[in-house]
Design a binder for this molecule. Structure first.
Ligand code: ZN
Length: 301
């Protein structure tokens, strides 16, 4: 996203950035936050470019053309550390990288910081609280309140506005049509799906098949063996959450009884909460499936 597009879509955030960048009053830590679908990644790119650019414009934004700007747009370059799924081991790795050089502006971008494990966030407390000169930390989060208060209080917090739902649905061109509507209504944007993924292709068929089995143990087995076969390691929070959203969408469209729908929605709400808390997101799937199975069998007796 270029500067003009960003400023048009996010006027309030753009005003703060302009003040900060043009006045050379860069905060040492910035938190971009807003619901799914907001251009927080793009905002982080713009600030990174502004900080590393050789030839910034009068507003202090990067030129977008020099090598440093182009590297920043690809989340790399000298002095740039970029991570969108922070784990504890990365915290040590990034501190080591920044200890190697002290020249020039250095930028550390940690996306989805509210989804980092508590261990990872804690490992970075000191790094963020006691800034080294020349290092700017940029965090992004869906929810400001989900960031550790000690970290949030050190950041300049900039809120981003979500794109209208119809524009989001239009922009989610890489998703299969039925999933696109489910994802847009849940607030997902194109940046949530950086690459077409075979998981995205099979998620709606999996949801539909799961509904036919959800009252028997095979339902959970299907999820464990076919949909999320790799445990913790490869099952991400966003995959699990997307599955919950897709299931919710499908149930809403269905002709199930109102009580069944309410029971499923309740299980999904608890599931979303569990995804935030647990270190192993696939556990949240197991819990949801067992709640739904119990709920449906209870209704029948
Ligand atoms: Zn530049």
């Amino acid at each position: 996203m270029d500067k003009e597009t960003f400023c048009k879509a996010q006027p309030a955030a753009a005003r703060i950035l302009k003040q900060m960048l043009s006045g050379n009053r860069m905060a040492h830590a910035v938190l971009f936050w807003g619901p799914r679908g907001v251009p927080s990644s793009e905002a982080a790119e713009l600030v990174t470019q502004a900080l590393v650019c050789r030839n910034p414009d009068p507003d202090g934004f990067g030129c977008g053309k020099c090598l440093e700007c182009r590297n920043a747009a690809e989340h790399r370059g000298i002095g740039v550390y970029w991570n969108s799924r922070l784990q504890k081991k990365n915290a040590a790795e990034l501190q080591e990288q920044f200890s190697l050089t002290s020249e020039g502006s250095r930028v550390c971008v940690l996306e989805n910081f509210d989804e980092a494990t508590p261990q990872a966030a804690n490992a970075l407390l000191k790094f963020i609280e006691e800034p080294q000169p020349g290092i700017t930390v940029i965090l992004t989060a869906g929810e400001r309140s989900a960031v550790l208060p000690t970290i949030e209080s050190r950041c300049l917090c900039i809120q981003l506005r979500p794109m209208p739902e119809k524009d989001r649905a239009k922009a989610l061109t890489q998703l299969p049509e039925d999933l696109r509507q489910a994802a847009a209504s849940a607030g997902y944007g194109p940046e949530d799906f950086p690459e077409p993924d075979e998981f995205l292709e099979r998620i709606m068929p999996a949801v539909k098949h799961y509904i036919t089995l959800w009252d028997v143990p095979d339902g959970l087995l299907f999820l464990q063996l076919e949909v999320f076969p790799a445990r913790a390691a490869q099952t991400t929070r966003s995959m699990v959450r997307l599955f919950f959203e897709a299931l919710q969408w499908q149930v809403r469209q269905s002709e199930l009884e109102a009580e069944t729908k309410a029971m499923v929605f309740d299980a999904l709400i608890q599931g979303v909460e569990a995804v935030k808390r647990t270190a192993d997101p696939s556990l949240a799937i197991d819990q949801m499936a067992s709640r739904i199975r119990k709920g449906i069998n209870h209704d029948r007796t």
